[in-house]
Design a protein around this ligand. Structure first.
Ligand code: FES
Length: 84
């Protein structure tokens, strides 16, 4: 199981984060029940060096997040999981 936290802070929201809520739709169907999506307050960006939007997959923070980057990280983190 992987938790994906989508930053809904103002900076990320204005830089593409408003579309992140729909990113759940980009997760392949065979992975849908293994991913939990949550909205998150600011993940710690610094205004002068920020690269929004930010998404946290497990413990990995992704800057300039795209659906492709998020799905790739989800797949990477689920790779080692074994269903019992
Ligand atoms: S507003 Fe999104 S990480 Fe700061």
């Amino acid at each position: 199981m992987v938790t994906v936290k989508v930053c809904v802070g103002t900076y990320c929201y204005l830089q593409g984060g408003q579309q992140l809520a729909q990113w759940r739709n980009y997760v392949p169907s065979h992975l849908q029940d293994k991913v939990t999506f949550l909205g998150s307050a600011c993940l710690g960006c610094k205004e002068d060096t920020a690269k929004p939007p930010y998404v946290k997959v497990g413990n990995v923070v992704i800057e300039r997040a795209t659906a492709e980057k998020v799905v790739e990280e989800i797949e990477k983190q689920l790779e080692g999981d074994i269903e019992l």
